[in-house]
Design a protein around this ligand. Structure first.
Ligand code: ADP
Ligand code: MG
Length: 561
């Protein structure tokens, strides 16, 4: 069989290809031909994979899927007669092969996601059974067993140490219309990779700077201290509401000497060294703060919605949820009056072998500060998406000479392409993909790109973002399944709507990501159940939520919850 005949037989498969469930490029076809795969065999396999992917969908869902996929599908190869003057040496067949391989490896059909959901639920149960019971999820007991009442009063502070920056805030509760006061401080690289005391002294210094600007009305009463909620968004082993040891740094932090130490004690000591009249009263994870803020909003709205889950998609990613204390065998304390405890999963550690990983993910992991760890996080959080895209583009430059005869030097620089660049390129609505051109030129030093090339870059961004968003969606469905809220109400489960509170820069600033994630949740739950699951942005849990929790656990205020 000649290449031309193979190409013709693939053209006849066009209707299948348009669905986007699997297609074969001419370059890939050549490979298959060499591997002696007959087209009719291929044909059957593709149809089977289509069948598997749509088996669970209703006819309406299938139609809308067909429409969506066929709209999004782009041909990257310049049509004949369109000269690609800039990059005449480019091997478009090779590029198409690389892209096709990427599509295939990053594909997340519903049946795969269902299997991941099952794995997730098993790991959650194992992590709740005993300390270290799950290889993936820490399932951290947060010691938060009640959510806000709205009766909190007074001035409280929060310190949000989440990733790239940290923020200091003062929030005044009980005063209508009072707006929180913020200060954002970036963390120098040498501090992120430095010594334990340096980090906490640096933070205490910035806190001191913040309060030094306050007028006397904010000064604490004699005998009292300013109270601080400390949002520390790294895996900790919490031992009470105001103590917890760092298990390990993530998200590019590698401060020496902190692992195994109580971070509250470290901050309190640094504040004392500095002569600052401030004390940590609540150590919270940003997910827990988000849950607290969303819960307060829901109780004020009084619509009976129950905030059960919160997810952060920012530099890193994590989720927490409200678990029944009876489902936590490792809890040895007294039963809380609410009967519940918030569990911080540390879901970034999920590492099922079913996760759709590629050579780019493996290479990224190998050079990360924590190789072999946080595998789920590395597939979907803001810290990594940009660099995965860069790695794909680098391969296209090296093997398909897509950006000219030599590899653009900037493409070799790790992390030069950020997730905000990816979202900006992916969401470029201009007909000539101006933003894509601008970012390729300004960030990667690739100038005067053709429209075909820009389309290809958009396609890479779209594949990587879609995989990430769908995995996040599967994570949410995993929690819903664990707490029995993935079913319709006929089985006696709660009749309230379940709220999933979302926060983080990736979720907030990337509408296409949000849409893909929500679509995956609907696809996995079915539309009837999904109608009772509200996925909502709940901003500033890591700040205001922490201050709320500090108020709730105040040592000096008579108001609590
Ligand atoms: P952190 O996780 O550090 O506490 P954020 O929640 O603000 O902070 O998230 C910041 C992260 O969000 C950045 O590291 C970046 O990856 C991602 N991000 C910021 N802006 C955008 C954007 N426009 N599009 C996509 N991702 C973004
Ligand atoms: Mg944060």
């Amino acid at each position: 069989m000649t290449f031309a005949m193979l190409r013709a037989s693939f053209t006849s498969l066009n209707s299948v290809q348009q669905w986007g469930f699997g297609s074969v490029s001419p370059a890939h076809a050549t490979q298959l031909m060499h591997a002696n795969v007959q087209p009719h065999v291929l044909d059957m396999r593709m149809i089977e994979s289509v069948n598997n992917s749509i088996r669970h969908l209703s006819p309406t869902e299938i139609r809308s899927k067909m429409k969506r996929r066929s709209l999004r599908r782009v041909s990257i190869k310049p049509s004949s007669g369109v000269a690609n003057d800039m990059h005449s040496g480019s091997d478009w067949d090779k590029a198409e092969f690389v892209l096709e391989e990427l599509r295939r490896q990053c594909d997340t059909p519903a049946d795969l996601l269902y299997r991941l959901v099952e794995d997730m639920v098993e790991e959650m149960k194992a992590g709740l059974a005993k300390e270290g019971g799950s290889k993936d999820y820490k399932m951290i007991l947060t010691y938060v067993d009640k959510l806000p009442s709205g009766k909190e009063r007074g001035h409280f502070y929060a310190l949000d140490l989440g990733g790239t920056n940290f923020r200091v805030l003062r929030v005044s509760f009980g005063q209508d219309g009072s707006t929180p006061v913020f200060q954002e401080v970036s963390i120098p690289q040498e501090i992120m990779l430095g010594q334990h005391e340096e980090l906490f002294d640096y933070i205490a210094g910035k806190l001191a700077e913040f309060v030094s600007k306050e007028d006397s009305s904010y000064h604490p009463r004699p005998g009292c201290k300013r109270e601080l909620g400390f949002t520390f968004s790294f895996p900790i082993k919490q031992t009470s509401i105001d103590s917890g040891e760092l298990i390990k740094w993530t998200k590019g932090f590698a401060v020496e000497g902190t692992a195994g130490k109580d971070v509250v004690q470290a901050l309190n000591e640094a504040m004392e060294r500095r002569g600052l009249d401030m004390v940590v009263t609540a150590l919270v994870n940003d997910t827990v703060g988000t849950l607290a803020v969303a819960s307060l909003a829901a109780s004020k709205a009084d619509a009976g919605d129950e905030v059960m889950i919160s997810v952060i998609l920012g530099t890193g990613t994590n989720a927490c949820y409200v678990e029944s204390i009876d489902a936590i065998p490792k809890w040895k304390g007294p039963k809380p009056s609410s009967g519940n405890m918030i569990i911080s999963m540390e879901w970034g550690g999920f590492s099922s072998s079913l996760l759709p990983r590629t050579q780019y993910d493996e290479a990224l992991d190998a050079v990360s500060v924590n190789p072999g760890e946080q595998i789920f996080e590395k597939l979907l959080s803001g810290m990594y998406l940009g660099d995965i895209v860069r790695r794909v583009l680098l391969r296209l430059a090296e093997e398909a000479a897509l950006f000219g005869p030599s590899v653009p030097p900037n493409l070799l620089i790790p992390c030069i392409l950020g997730t905000p660049h990816v979202s900006c390129m992916h969401q470029d609505k201009s007909s000539d993909l101006q933003e894509v051109g601008r970012i390729l030129s300004n960030v990667l030093g690739i100038h005067e790109t053709s429209l075909e090339l820009r389309k290809l870059v958009v396609e890479v961004c779209s594949i990587i973002a879609k995989r990430a968003a769908r995995l996040a969606g599967a994570g949410i469905v995993g929690i819903l399944r664990k707490i029995g809220r993935d079913r319709s109400k006929h089985d006696g489960s709660s009749s309230h709507r379940t709220v999933v509170a979302m926060d983080g820069g990736l979720y907030e600033h990337y509408p296409l990501f949000r849409a893909e994630m929500k679509a995956a949740v609907v696809e996995l739950l079915g539309s009837e159940v999904a109608e009772n699951v509200l996925i909502e942005l709940s901003k500033d849990g890591s700040g205001i939520g922490a201050a709320l929790l500090a108020a709730a656990h105040s040592k000096y205020s008579r108001y609590g919850w």
